[in-house]
Write a protein that binds this ligand. Structure first.
Ligand SMILES: *Cc1c(COP(=O)(O)O)cnc(C)c1O
Length: 376
């Protein structure tokens, strides 16, 4: 087989002239940051998802940090999340002094197992951070029921699932707060960027304050004069710029087309791989519309490392998402034992990510499939 002379990355941005023009227009405007594009972008996101509020951040990790702050998570609180995720889903809990509790995944969906959530709830549990891994929404009906029963806050990590839906609900409308990321590999991009969507006014106000140094316009300002502001808590500078927001506004108009193409890519893979001995294709829950951020297969018998290296040598940007978070040295030194989530660990050893993004061509997809089949 002829080797492709360009590298096929597992994920990447799709940018067109319209995107570029909007950023240039903003560069020529008077506001590079703290201008009108931020609110315009936030409104576009909130309208699309169907929430009252959206608060944009400089990246998704900062947005998760903000959500943990708004939820009031602190020292002594436990927060349950999945071990099969990017480290940021857990790190945000550490930023505010909380303790991360990892609950094992469901073997079929690769998302957090709701029975495992129940088993890990203690008097100290304060929140759940479900992750919509690969773009398939977590089991939100069940998670929201557990949260209600135990008075927990649900912060959904929707970094993979912007535009996806769960049994007729757009992702972002069920959890107390939902984060979306706009890193270049994510559903749409702002370079770096993130957002929290919520229907809760109290969370909304806290997020705004946290994003900008903990500063707010207090009632006292009326007395003092309109220049007056107060820093009422220790916040950060986690603001998004207008350049990023301008790109985001332009990208929003393409989100549905991007999702459509991702879905097509996924069906092409599934069609060709579903009956192959030794390969397990991704399972989709009934009534769920995935964002198809990742297309992940399980290699049942093959040597994953060998196949990975051979695919890379053939210019195919396969990947593995993700090392169980508590296997990282940082979490190991906090005392998490290996073996606490056996299904996740077993799943990880067999996992392989194939390239998927809106600009992937059918020719590239064919090449990926043929190369993989020749190696199995
Ligand atoms: C990308 C990602 C994040 C963090 O988003 P950034 O914008 O890169 O900070 C968090 N969680 C998951 C699951 C992600 O994939």
């Amino acid at each position: 087989m002829e080797k492709f002379n360009h590298f096929i990355s597992y994920g990447r941005q799709t940018i067109d002239d319209e995107d570029i023009q909007l950023v240039i227009d903003t560069l020529r405007s008077s506001n590079l940051t703290q201008g009108p594009k931020i609110l315009e972008f936030e409104q576009a996101v909130a309208n699309y998802v169907g929430t009252k509020y959206a608060v944009a951040f400089c990246n998704g990790t900062a947005a998760l940090h903000g959500a943990c702050y708004a939820a009031g998570i602190g020292e002594g609180d436990e927060v349950i999340t999945s071990p099969i995720t990017f480290a940021a889903s857990a790190n945000c809990v550490r930023y505010v002094g909380g303790t991360v509790v990892f609950a094992d995944i469901d073997r079929k969906t690769y998302n957090i197992d709701t029975e495992q959530i129940r088993m890990n709830i203690t008097k100290k549990t304060k929140a759940i951070i479900p992750v919509d891994f690969t773009g398939q929404p977590a089991n939100l009906d069940e998670i929201m029921a557990i949260a209600k029963e135990h008075h927990l806050v649900v912060i959904e990590d929707g970094a993979h699932s912007f535009g996806a839906s769960y049994k007729g609900h757009k992702v972002g409308t069920q959890a107390d707060m939902t984060m979306f990321s706009f890193h270049p590999v994510k559903p749409i991009t702002t370079g770096e960027g993130g957002v929290i969507v919520t229907n809760n006014e109290d969370y909304y106000k806290k997020l705004l304050k946290f994003r900008s140094h903990g500063i707010e316009q207090t009632a006292y300002a009326e007395e003092q004069g309109s220049w007056y502001y107060e820093m009422t808590d220790l916040g950060y500078n986690y603001r998004m710029t207008d350049l990023q927001a301008a790109l985001g506004i332009s990208q929003m108009s393409k989100l549905d087309a991007f999702l459509q193409r991702r879905k097509e890519v996924a069906s092409l893979y599934t069609e060709k791989l579903k009956d192959v001995e030794g390969i397990q294709v991704p399972f989709q829950l009934e009534g769920v519309e995935s964002g198809w951020h990742l297309y992940m297969i399980q290699l049942e018998h093959a040597n994953r490392k060998q196949i990975f290296e051979a695919m890379r040598a053939a210019n195919i940007g396969v990947h593995v998402h993700y090392l169980p978070v508590y296997w990282h040295p940082y979490y190991q030194q906090l005392g998490y034992d290996r073996g606490i989530c056996p299904i996740a660990e077993d799943w990880y050893e067999k996992a392989l990510t194939l390239p998927i993004h809106p600009s992937l061509t059918n020719e590239e997809i064919d090449y990926v499939i043929k190369t993989l089949l020749s190696l199995i």
